[in-house]
Design a protein around this ligand. Structure first.
Ligand SMILES: [Zn+2]
Length: 330
């Protein structure tokens, strides 16, 4: 789980809608494209960002058959007018659905929805369910609003009802403007963002009120599990600040949500396994981006974990999160 993909071509939405820095692609040389945010260069990507067969080949090198794909968070477009974001989301989701129809043994997809408009988000969720997507990827905040806001609850409720999994991905990183140097938004902001999302979902009672909602937190939950002692202590020492919407200890939710395995550190992964159990740790890669675990799962294989634990991480926990079966891919 946790890989990113784009359609090979993107419409010029900025021109069509007449505003905004929507992303488009410039295929400026063989095998590469420039992601452009309006007129600004965002990043160069390799064709393994959009080439389904090449991705399957590259994955096979690491003994991996199935990729859970979702868009790149910069495509969320939560800042756009809701109907325009819906159009962008539909374009991306249709592309994902087609991919899964064409390669059902290799791809499972998570949708993107216009989170800034609750009704449109639910409408698109229902459509995505009908075209075979298995869940959604959402940002760790929505235009700086936390996932604890009441307006997002019906979306989570719909995910539970529709049996769609939820992956939380850090984006729109807090503090980015103050730490442009050293890639700090990615190295410091992203882990904090995922913890922000985890705390928001727990303290607001979203996980409590929706016991069947299946949430997976990116990058092993960012800094959340690493700071669970502090979070719990805060809950105990200042319940007047922390326990105002949910009286249950945050530690009680360990094992309730899923996380991916992207820690780049065997000892950290051991800790994560101890905290949430192997049935809640799913093999993530962040492929094809450089900060990902691009030798997919190799450091996990080198850890000499019990065979059952490895099977849980490599596929069983992801299958349970998606409510799918091993046979679906044989
Ligand atoms: Zn990612």
């Amino acid at each position: 789980m946790h890989t990113h993909i784009l359609p090979a071509n993107l419409p010029r939405w900025s021109e069509k809608f007449g505003y905004g820095d929507f992303i488009h692609l410039e295929h400026h040389r063989q095998g590469f494209a420039r992601m452009m945010q309006g007129d600004r260069f965002f990043r160069e990507i390799n064709e393994n960002c959009w080439h389904p067969e090449l991705r399957i080949e590259e994955y096979a090198k690491f003994g991996t058959q199935v990729q859970v794909v979702c868009t790149i968070p910069v495509m969320f477009s939560y800042w756009a007018r809701p109907h325009d974001c819906l159009e962008v989301s539909k374009f991306l989701n249709d592309d994902l659905a087609e991919l899964c129809v064409k390669y059902p043994k290799n791809y499972v997809a998570l949708a993107t929805v216009p989170m800034q408009d609750t009704d449109l988000a639910i409408q698109e969720l229902e459509r995505c369910k009908a075209i075979g997507l298995k869940g959604i990827q959402i940002g760790s905040n929505i235009n700086d609003l936390n996932l604890s806001e009441d307006r997002f609850f019906p979306i989570f409720e719909a995910c539970e009802k529709l049996n769609l999994a939820v992956m939380v991905h850090p984006w729109n990183m807090m503090g980015s403007a103050n730490m442009t140097k050293y890639w700090l938004p990615w190295l410091v902001g992203m882990p904090a963002e995922t913890s922000r999302a985890a705390c928001s979902l727990i303290f607001s009672g979203v996980l409590e009120r929706l016991p069947k909602l299946r949430v997976n937190l990116s990058h092993a939950s960012g800094s959340f599990l690493a700071t669970i002692g502090r979070v719990e202590h805060g809950f105990n020492c200042r319940p007047d600040l922390v326990a105002i919407d949910n009286p249950i200890n945050p530690r009680d939710y360990l094992g309730r949500f899923w996380v991916d395995s992207i820690t780049h550190d065997a000892r950290m992964l051991e800790y994560v396994l101890e905290m949430v159990g192997s049935k809640r740790v799913s093999l993530g890669s962040d492929y094809p981006f450089p900060l990902g675990d691009l030798e997919i799962g190799k450091y996990i294989e080198d850890m000499n974990l019990p065979e059952d634990t490895v099977k849980d991480i490599f596929y069983r926990s992801t299958l349970e999160w998606l409510d799918m079966k091993e046979e679906d891919f044989l």
